[in-house]
Write a protein that binds this ligand. Structure first.
Ligand SMILES: *[C@@H]1O[C@H](CO)[C@@H](O)[C@H](O)[C@H]1NC(C)=O
Length: 222
């Protein structure tokens, strides 16, 4: 027996087409599948939809990026230097759903807990020994010391970190299945917001007294 929905399906199809025709352009909610060989990004940095460089103006250098050859600056309190190769720095990645980054870690350096809301992260250590860990939705910690040539995968959206546990400098290369995976650094997202999150709210959330929260807030500029 045919379900009422099957009988009505041409009607629903028509309705969907009508809706699609008349609705305002919607923002992209995922990395798109390309409709062309490439689309070298021309619009300014940011998340907005990009326009493509005219094909006649595209040159080999549009598919080339040497930004990851340089060592990142690790002279900061984390001892970590992040160099990105997303569609912002490397316009040739636009519409292709892929990006990379280089993380330089001084001895003891830490890439603090953070998430990438739009991408899984494949971690490869080029130099040194790095503790890579992530936390699942069930609050289980998965971590491992990763060494030269070895890989560790961080599933999309989960809190993760990298810490240099070796004696010398470490270099990490990461690959994302998104051209713009986004970064939400946990310490800043909680204590470095503008304006600051209510301190009593934070004290309750972290089961500490107000002084601890005041100190945490001030560490991140609040
Ligand atoms: C590295 O960063 C520090 C702190 O921001 C800055 O003082 C220093 O000049 C930077 N070094 C280089 C080589 O850019």
């Amino acid at each position: 027996m045919e379900s009422p929905l099957n009988v009505l399906s041409p009607f629903f199809l028509y309705l969907c087409l009508l809706l699609a025709l008349f609705q305002a352009p919607t923002p992209c909610i995922s990395d798109p599948n390309p409709l062309q060989d490439f689309c070298i990004r021309t619009s300014p940095a940011g998340q907005s939809a990009a326009t493509c460089k005219a094909a006649s103006a595209v040159v080999s250098d549009d598919f080339f990026f040497d930004g990851l050859t340089k060592e990142g600056n690790t002279s900061n309190s984390f001892g970590a230097g992040l160099t990105q190769a997303t569609h912002v720095q490397f316009p040739g990645l636009n519409t292709l759903g892929i990006a990379m980054a280089r993380i330089d870690l001084a001895p003891g350096g830490l890439n603090p807990p953070h998430t990438h809301p739009r991408g899984s992260e494949l971690v490869m250590v080029l130099k040194g020994a790095v503790l890579v860990g992530f936390v699942s939705g069930d609050n289980v910690l998965y971590q491992k010391v990763v060494r030269r040539g070895e890989l560790f995968i961080v599933p999309k959206g989960l809190v993760h970190f990298q810490k240099n546990t070796g004696k010398g400098k470490a270099i990490v290369i990461v690959v994302f299945d998104s051209q713009f995976p986004g970064i939400v650094p946990a310490p800043f997202a909680l204590f470095g917001t503008k304006p600051a999150i209510d301190s009593q709210l934070l004290a309750k959330a972290f089961k500490v007294d107000g002084e601890v929260v005041t100190s945490l807030l001030s560490n991140f500029g609040n």
